[in-house]
Design a protein around this ligand. Structure first.
Ligand code: T4K
Length: 407
């Protein structure tokens, strides 16, 4: 356990871990099951184009999401493209800036203008009141994001969307298996898109899926992601190739089999962080509503810049071989493709983006490792809180010099 500043690797101590501990390390689950599905796939000689594994994967995702239709695709970004295209949107799509760039890019790639809206400071999700203010005659859809798997205010956003008869869509990339008011998030809005990227709680190596109860939309999406082919093999529209492969579905099915186990593990790691970081000055841990079903795939801390810089804490952890991610900084409105056309400040988005750090979790991280990560964070935060007070030794001086953190 690291108790003294001089124990920190950034000041010359031994790193906490000899091999990297990373935010986003994939959950590698049942290899035997995966290899067996892959072997059956090879025996069948059916590798893509709506094979049996993709169909099975779609059925399971639809069931988990409580919806009638699921169309699996090669990744969530393409699924978002296909969704926006299927709805034949034009003009603007209102969305949060506090998200992965893919949410904004999906719209911009199709020639739509993403309009960034501020989030609720408490939930970090799209604020319905700000969303209503962002609507104008060019708005053609609202895209919420269930950030870090915590559901957006679907009720509030539905009211705003219904008022203007706009489709309400969700980028649910983080939220497979999560509920809002006891309902699976896939039931919210007109349609939702999940990501099954390697780093996600359910992984298909690369993968995504659109879920909806709207049969017409599902049919259109199924055609568009397959070159525009309708069920009768005529080409009904300009389509793309967004199909999920059978190998990806094999991984996805294997991952779904272990979903409950992974979520239970993640919750245990989250609880370790919760206990280990309780009372640490200048730090708060993102909370989950335990009355809902959560997947706990993202563990977020917020660092108060009055006490320490988030980037300094990230650097201290990196020296310990703990590689965290700034999910999501900067907000999309500050990214090069968008910053010149977005001129309104988004104070809550900017405040959260400046403070947030995603800690490692998943089956590759044990509670013992999480505890040791907490020790380092506690040490740094306690030291920065009392910077400039009391006696200082050589390690204090070096620490302050590295971070220019002398008050
Ligand atoms: N909407 C939202 C809200 C999203 O968050 C995302 C994706 C999307 C849409 C689009 O979904 P997809 O089209 O990807 O299905 C990663 C993922 O690549 C990305 O899918 C995900 N969100 C985002 C939150 O995380 P980066 O840029 O952080 O990736 P990278 O390369 O830095 O890797 C993340 C961490 O995972 C690192 O610590 C390394 C580790 N890692 C990664 C891979 C791929 C591993 O340890 N092993 C691996 O195989 O985006």
């Amino acid at each position: 356990m690291k108790k003294r500043l001089e124990d920190l690797a950034i000041l010359g101590g031994e790193p906490l871990f000899t091999t990297p501990v990373r935010t986003g390390t994939p959950n590698i689950t049942d290899r035997v099951r995966l290899f067996s599905l892959l072997s059956e796939m090879l025996d069948r000689n059916w590798l893509s184009n709506g094979g049996p594994l993709v169909r099975q994967f779609e059925d399971q995702v639809a069931e988990l999401s409580g919806v009638k239709h699921c169309v699996a695709m090669c990744n969530a970004t393409v699924a978002l493209h296909v969704l926006l295209r299927a709805l034949n949107l034009s003009g603007e799509v209102v969305m949060p800036s506090l998200t992965f760039p893919a949410t904004a890019h999906a719209a911009a790639w199709l020639g739509l203008d993403p309009v960034f809206c501020d989030v609720d400071r408490r939930t970090a999700n799209l604020d319905p009141a700000r969303t209503a203010e962002a609507l104008n005659s060019r708005t053609s859809a609202i895209m919420g994001v269930h950030l870090w798997g915590r559901p957006a205010d679907a009720e509030g956003l539905s009211a705003v969307a219904a008022d203007r008869k706009l489709p309400l869509l969700f980028d649910a990339a983080h939220a497979i298996g999560c509920t809002a008011g006891g309902r699976p998030v896939g039931q919210l809005g007109l349609a939702s898109v999940f990501s099954f990227h390697a780093t996600k709680v359910v992984s298909a190596f690369e993968g995504g899926a659109l879920v909806t109860d709207d049969s017409g939309l599902a049919e259109e999406v199924r055609a568009l992601q397959n070159f525009g082919f309708a069920a009768d093999q005529t080409v009904r529209a300009v389509g793309t190739n967004g199909k999920m492969s059978e190998a990806a579905a094999a991984m996805g099915l294997t991952s779904l089999d272990s979903f409950d186990h992974v979520v239970t593990h993640n919750e245990g790691v989250y609880d370790t962080y919760l206990a280990g970081l309780a009372g640490v000055p200048g730090l708060s841990l993102g909370q989950f509503d335990r009355a809902e079903r959560n997947n706990f795939q993202y563990v977020l801390i917020e660092i108060d810049p009055e006490v320490a810089s988030r980037d300094d804490v990230q650097a201290v952890l990196a020296a310990e071989n703990v590689h965290t991610k700034r999910y999501f900084a900067p907000g999309c409105h500050e990214l090069a493709p968008y910053r010149d056309r977005h001129l309104t400040p988004l104070p809550h988005t900017e405040a959260i983006a400046a403070r947030v750090l995603a800690l490692p979790t998943g089956t590759g991280v044990g509670s013992d490792q999480a505890e040791r990560i907490c020790d380092v964070i506690r040490l740094v935060m306690q030291r920065t809180e009392r910077a400039g007070t009391g006696p200082r030794n050589d390690a204090d001086v070096r620490f302050e010099r590295i971070f220019q953190w002398s008050r």
